[in-house]
Design a binder for this molecule. Structure first.
Ligand code: ZN
Length: 139
């Protein structure tokens, strides 16, 4: 039996994210939450809520999923995607959804920690943990 789609109120999500130290970034399209890594503030974990800031959903029912990504805000103002976690489907109990979301956030934050602890490229940008390449692809 397929799990039931859970509309998960935006207020519930917002409260949960604030508890986890994420800052709410309102948007006309899709509201996001962000948390900068404490070792390197270029590295940011972003949670795409699949909700509009007013609480409406962006995508259709059942297609809604919360996504978690790690991005880098480079010194030149560009933002680039580094990695993303598996989608968090909005199915089942609210507590279970939030637990899965928390796991993904922890994974991305742990990756950011690893990158933050590693050596920087000469350009100042972090390097990928697996390949050692600069995230700006310059070296
Ligand atoms: Zn570089």
């Amino acid at each position: 039996m397929a799990a039931m789609f859970n509309p998960l109120s935006f207020e519930t999500l917002k409260t949960f994210m604030a508890e986890k130290g994420f800052v709410f970034v309102p948007s006309n399209t899709e509201a996001t939450f962000e948390r900068r890594n404490h070792n390197d503030d270029q590295l940011v974990v972003v949670v795409y809520s699949s909700c509009r800031s007013n609480g409406g959903t962006v995508r259709g029912c059942g297609k809604d999923a919360i996504r978690v990504a790690l991005v880098a805000d480079l010194k030149n103002g560009r933002r680039i995607g580094l990695a993303h976690a598996r989608r968090v489907n909005r199915c089942g109990e609210t507590a279970d959804i939030l637990e899965r979301l928390c796991e993904r956030m922890r994974d991305m934050y742990a990756l950011a920690n690893e990158m933050a602890k590693g050596p920087r490229c000469v350009c100042g940008a972090p390097r990928y943990v697996d390949t050692g390449r600069c995230v700006r692809k310059c070296a």
